[in-house]
Design a binder for this molecule. Structure first.
Ligand code: F6R
Length: 605
């Protein structure tokens, strides 16, 4: 949450910062601002409420010649969405941008007698004021002093008014990556902002202080000793973070799914069998664990629920799926025999990270399924299965969900194999069907016109229901989340059999119901539940497989997915649900990629 960028070098700093903020905007878009050293070493600020485009317009109208500056795009936590609360914040010698939450900002306000002296309601300005108090001409020692006072998470970029051409940065939990590129030094919340300049980058180590100048990026440990940064190479290319002719990132990312599924699965197949040697995951551990805890947030948690539906029945061991923000407070029973699987596209979601740390402290082996290379969750896990989804820019997650499921399915298959529950032949059959899901997704992308027709029955409704049983219920949860977050239609997912215990009271002829019925073992029962809502007047959009026979009067509109093994219907169904949400948002004229109140990468609790 919140995007940060800093640049020192020969290029036009104002342009570099605005371009970077445009790339980072998905991290938050309540307000944006930049601060620049001009050629006379004076600092200039520009801040605007709203999106980066508004800031860009002002900047273009009055360009500032600069080669050093910092920029921020905000997702509001402390203090409303106002220009006073927009970053950068200036206090005395200090100009600062921040991503994170300083938990003890009220105590610091009192301890440093700041009441009445601050212009904003932010914890960031408090931090800037404390740093100003501590600053006696030595940035490193002042920053060290500041860190000793702070409780919470932070990524700061700081300029001192008497140190033109220098940017300092430090972080705890909140992400920062940096690089010395061919055209200057850069630092940013995530890689997408650096990619146009460099594929080589390093993750800023926690607690280390970074100094950027036009000539180098230096890393200092807490005693002030220099350290060599640990550079890594990005596998993503610049193109991957562009729209490439699609009207929205979300649509582009939906279309990428058939390809990225293969990219995630193929490198992990050896003779058709799943293989995690490269990840170092020992078969002995996969064989000996007696239960599995899956922990994640939002869409990633829904991916975990789908995986649970095949893992528990397939391995005959208990599998629970927890919402990461709840997990820590449930006083969970975890032992060294519990395999913990955390799932996160960004690898930075703070609740998921906290859950991981709790599980690790109980000596549970932790496997993370992560998209972003080198992210905190990836680095702190015992084993990482990277999904090769490429950058996901739209706030609503699409391709990350399907590749997470693909990675978890592969892991399940390996576990079934090493536990003697699958023969090689069965495992090969499984992975071959998984790969073919690429085609079933492609087929549904090709049926977008039918899906668009369904949307015309949803668009004007204030409410919608998604119903299903078993795995179909897990898919419904994701369908409802996708629709509500980008169309603002109140959507609920319900286990179809549970409706009659209260919620069916809400079903009228004004409520569209998206019914998912792909699971053969429970089809007859799901169909009875669909009849119950149809009898109450609901407009039913039915999602079923090609060969499932249904009576004509069961639904008002039927969308058929290719026939496939029940375990794999999630892939084509996910495409349908994503496109329903996408076209509804488009038809309502909403901001598909950056829906209100949301931000990608939730780095606050
Ligand atoms: C919804 C969505 C979120 C994320 C959730 C977890 O479309 O994107 O629900 O899935 O915030 O994020 P990661 O996967 O980055 O941990």
């Amino acid at each position: 949450m919140c995007g940060i960028i800093g640049y020192c070098g020969p290029l036009d700093a104002q342009k570099v910062l605005i371009d970077g903020l445009t790339q980072l905007e998905y991290r938050g878009y309540d307000s944006a601002g930049i601060a620049l050293f001009d050629e006379n070493s004076n600092i200039h600020f520009i801040k605007k409420v709203g999106k980066v485009a508004a800031l860009k317009k002002v900047c273009e109208a009055s360009p500032i010649s600069s080669h050093c500056g910092i920029g921020h795009t905000r997702w509001a936590t402390h203090g409303g969405v106002t220009s006073e609360n927009a970053h950068p914040h200036m206090y005395g010698h200090i100009t600062m941008i921040h991503n994170g939450i300083i938990e003890n900002y009220q105590e610091l306000t009192e301890a440093f007698h700041l009441k009445g002296k601050l212009l904003s309601q932010t914890d960031t300005e408090v931090s800037a004021a404390v740093l100003n108090e501590l600053y006696k001409g030595d940035p490193l020692s002042a920053i060290r002093g500041l860190l000793s006072h702070l409780k919470g998470s932070y990524a700061f970029c700081i300029m001192f008014d008497d140190r033109p051409g220098e940017i300092y940065a430090v972080r705890n939990v909140s992400p920062l990556v940096a690089a010395y590129t061919g055209s200057g030094a850069m630092i940013a919340s995530d890689l997408t902002a650096l990619l146009p300049y460099s594929k080589k980058y390093f993750v800023v180590p926690e607690g280390k202080i970074i100094r950027l100048t036009a000539y180098q990026v230096s890393v200092f440990d807490i005693c002030g000793n220099r350290e060599a940064p640990d550079y890594m190479e990005a596998s993503w290319n610049t193109d991957a973070a562009m729209k490439n002719g699609f009207p929205h990132y979300m649509l582009k990312e939906i279309h990428e799914q058939p390809e990225v599924l293969k990219q995630t699965v193929l490198p992990r197949l050896k003779n058709g069998l799943p293989d995690f040697t490269a990840e170092g995951i020992p078969d002995s551990m996969l064989k000996s664990v007696t239960e599995i805890r899956i922990i994640a947030c939002g869409t990633a948690m829904h991916a975990g629920m789908v995986a649970r539906s095949i893992i528990e029945p397939g391995l005959r061991i208990p599998v629970t799926v927890s919402i990461a923000s709840e997990f820590r407070y449930e006083e969970p029973m975890i032992t060294q025999n519990t395999l913990t699987i955390v799932i996160s596209q960004s690898g930075e979601t703070i609740d998921t990270l906290a859950a991981l740390r709790l599980a690790a402290s109980c000596h549970s082996p932790v496997i993370s399924v992560v998209n972003v290379k080198g992210s905190t969750i990836a680095r702190e896990s015992d084993y990482v299965i990277y999904t090769h989804g490429g950058p996901e820019i739209a706030v609503a997650s699409t391709k990350a969900y399907t590749v997470q499921i693909a990675a978890l399915y592969l892991l399940f298959c390996r576990m079934a194999l090493v536990r003697g529950l699958y023969t090689d032949e069965q495992a090969r059959q499984f992975t071959s069907t998984l790969l073919k899901c690429s085609d079933t997704m492609e087929a549904m992308i090709g049926r977008k016109d039918l899906i668009r027709e369904a949307v015309s029955h949803i668009c004007d409704s204030p409410n919608a229901f998604f119903i299903g049983r078993g795995m179909d219920y897990a898919f419904s949860l994701e369908g409802a989340l996708k629709l509500k977050e980008i169309s603002y239609i109140h959507s609920e997912a319900y286990a179809a059999g549970e409706l009659k215990h209260g919620t069916i009271a809400l079903i009228t002829d004004l409520v569209p119901v998206i019914a998912i019925a792909t699971q053969k073992n429970i089809l007859a029962k799901t169909i009875s539940n669909i009849r119950e809502v149809k009898a109450r007047g609901a407009f039913v959009i039915l999602l079923i497989t090609e060969q499932t026979k249904t009576d004509d009067d069961l639904a008002d509109l039927v969308i058929r997915i290719p026939e496939t093994d029940d375990k794999f219907t999630v892939f084509p169904i996910a495409v349908v649900l994503q496109l329903i949400a996408y076209y509804t948002s488009v038809q309502k004229g909403l901001d598909v990629d950056q829906p209100r109140n949301l931000a990608k990468s939730v780095t606050v609790e």
